[in-house]
Design a protein around this ligand. Structure first.
Ligand code: F6R
Length: 615
């Protein structure tokens, strides 16, 4: 939430900052702004409510002086509405200092009262402006921006990434972070700061991950890092493993359309190097290999779509490895005094690796003795750094705010974990493991086939553009898929949608069914040994009898659903644990197409931001 970019180098800050903000806009799009110090040491800034394009248009009409040093911000509003005045950067010291902030300063009220008593005038309703005036106050004492930042962060409570520039120190950008993301891009005669590597990946793929409670000072030829006590600190360098083109639309109508089309590739890349000759090799788990032998319980913590992926993993891990698995929303987990010990494996799932709720739950779990394995899609992110081990999904950058391809990659990573644990615990034979590995390896082409065959989804979505409510039913692995289908429809198309376990229907939700109610049903395979298929077909009949319009997602050749469904979307055959994953792409496409039919922005839905870095 809130995208941050900083730059020192050549005299083209404006271009670098706007380019970086364009790539970070998924983090917030309520307002945007930049501040630039020109070659003569004069600071100018511009900021506008609305999407980044509004600022870009403003700058095209009224350019500010360009220069070698600058900072830029795209906002997701917390304190104070999305207005020009509340947009960042915030100025202080008579307009000689500019500061941007991502996060929430929890003690801003007493600090503001203190500054007001000192005669400081505020021009916004934000918590962030407090930090600008504090850095300015400390700068007047120290004449050193790094030290001023260090003294300021000692006064702040909450979560923050702060970047500041001062006209008296041109050629310097200072950043600080606590519980909010910040990475450095290492250039040649220029350096960059960003909320994530997308901010600068078109200029450099060399990056430094800034650790918790660290302050970084970038100049054109140097980067120095200290901790909040002022001691020199290490930052780990890494190479970004994707290039700028991966974060471009590349001819697609939206990032969402592109990212759904990449679902097969996301799965394939997540499997790559981890499955061989019918067996699983998870080198990622080496840091926790010893303790993994002792695990007697798994708790998955995550939020939103990532939590639904966690539910997929529960079915697979319990069935294959015979370890009890709980799945819990990260923001609930740490406030309920969970029972944890050294035999508990906590698995955190996060596409961004920055979700504050998940990060806090990870820290809590480790502090209380559990070992934490993270499943993450973003190199250099905070959650993997705070974990004992990490399985990176290789879904590639997700730019659309709603998560799509990462969901499948996360599910597959959990399936790999399930098979790894089954191997360790001897709960599956090598033949059984090989059979499941073959199923996973066959998933990408089947996903591709599903996407290629999904023309009916587009027709359905257009036909339903005026629908006010859609229900999604599934059982077993189909249940988390139903939850995901409903979430995607809510967030992209702003339509009331609910996902239910099909068996739960008769315990209450069936009261929602009235003539014309649209219900998607993910139908289990008739080959499922648990005989869930006839039960779900009965559920379909129960809702049809009450007037529902049923769209069944069923495997090829399943004729039993035909008499009872208004529409049937077909998916290829796979094993019962894996087949429901094939229903994901049609549901993602349905939500996207319906939102498009309503004329909505599928990449940047209202009120949302990717990477939720506030609690
Ligand atoms: C839904 C969506 C969110 C995220 C959730 C967790 O489409 O994108 O529900 O899944 O905010 O985000 P990460 O995975 O980055 O921790």
């Amino acid at each position: 939430m809130c995208g941050i970019v900083g730059y020192v180098g050549s005299a083209r800050s404006t271009e670098v900052l706007l380019g970086g903000l364009r790539r970070l806009e998924y983090r917030g799009y309520d307002s945007a702004g930049i501040a630039v110090i020109d070659a003569d040491g004069a600071l100018s800034s511009a900021k506008k409510a609305g999407k980044l394009q509004v600022l870009a248009d403003e700058l095209a009409e009224h350019p500010i002086a360009d220069g070698p040093t600058g900072i830029g911000h795209t906002r997701w509003a917390t304190h104070g509405g999305p207005t020009d005045g509340n947009a960042h950067p915030h100025l202080a010291d008579g307009g000689r200092l500019a500061l941007i902030h991502n996060g929430i300063i929890e003690n801003f009220a007493p600090l503001k009262a203190e500054l007001l008593a000192e005669g400081v005038e505020f021009t916004s309703e934000t918590d962030s402006e407090v930090a600008a005036h504090l850095v300015a106050r400390e700068f007047r004492q120290t004449h050193d921006l790094t030290e001023a930042m260090r003294r300021t962060v000692a006064l702040l409570e909450g979560a923050f990434t702060l970047l500041a520039v001062h006209a008296d120190q041109p050629g310097v950008v200072v950043g600080a972070r606590r519980n909010s993301p910040l990475v450095v891009g290492l250039g040649d005669g220029e350096n960059f700061l960003g909320s994530d590597v997308a901010a600068f990946v078109s200029y450099t793929q060399r990056a430094l991950a800034i650790g918790q409670d660290q302050i970084v000072t970038i100049r054109p030829d140097s980067v120095s890092v200290i901790d909040f006590d002022g001691n020199p600190a290490d930052a780990s360098e890494f190479e970004v493993n994707w290039d700028a083109s991966a974060a471009e639309k590349g001819g697609w109508s939206s990032f969402m359309a592109k990212e759904i089309s990449e679902e097969p590739e996301a799965v394939q890349k997540t499997l790559l190097g981890r499955v061989h000759d019918g067996a699983i090799t998870l080198h990622d788990l080496e840091p926790i290999a010893d303790r993994l032998q002792q695990v007697d319980r798994v708790i998955v913590i995550a939020c939103g779509t990532a939590a639904y992926a966690g539910l997929l993993g529960k079915y697979a891990i319990e069935q294959w490895a015979r370890v009890p698995v709980e799945v819990e929303l990260a923001h609930e987990f740490r406030y309920r005094d969970p029972v944890l010990d050294g035999r508990t494996l906590v698995v955190s799932i996060s596409q961004s690796g920055e979700t504050m709720d998940t990060l806090m739950a990870v820290k809590y779990a480790r502090e209380h003795g559990a070992q934490v394995l993270s499943i993450c899609n973003t190199q250099g992110a905070t959650i993997p750094r705070e974990s004992d081990a990490v399985i990176y999904t290789h879904a590639g950058p997700e730019v659309a705010v709603a998560s799509t391809k990462a969901f499948l990659a996360q599910g597959v990573a959990l399936y790999l974990l399930g098979l790894h644990l089954a191997t360790l615990r001897g709960t599956l034979s090598s033949e059984e493991i090989a059979a499941q590995v073959a199923e996973l390896e066959a998933l990408p082409p089947k996903l591709q086939q599903t996407i290629d065959d999904a023309a009916d989804v587009t027709t359905l979505a257009r036909w339903m553009a005026d629908t006010r409510s859609v229900l999604f039913l599934g059982r077993h692995v189909g249940y988390p898929i139903a939850l995901e289908g409903a979430l995607k429809l809510k967030e992209l198309a702003y339509i009331h949608a609910e996902g239910f376990a099909a068996g739960e229907l008769k315990h209450g939700p069936i009261a929602l069914i009235e003539p014309g109610q649209i219900v998607f049903v993910i139908v289990p395979s008739p080959r499922d040994p648990r005989s869930l298929h006839p039960k779900v077909v009965s559920n379909i009949q129960e809702i049809r009898a009450r007037g529902a319009r049923v769209i069944a997602i069923a495997e090829e050749g399943d004729a039993a659903v035909l008499p009872f469904a208004d529409e049937v979307l077909r998916i290829p055959l796979a094993s019962p644990l894996i087949e429901p994953l094939l229903a994901v792409a049609p549901l993602h496409m349905f939500a996207m197409e319906l939102a498009t039919a309503k004329g909505l922005d599928v990449d940047q839905p209202r009120n949302l931001a990717k990477s939720v870095t506030v609690e």
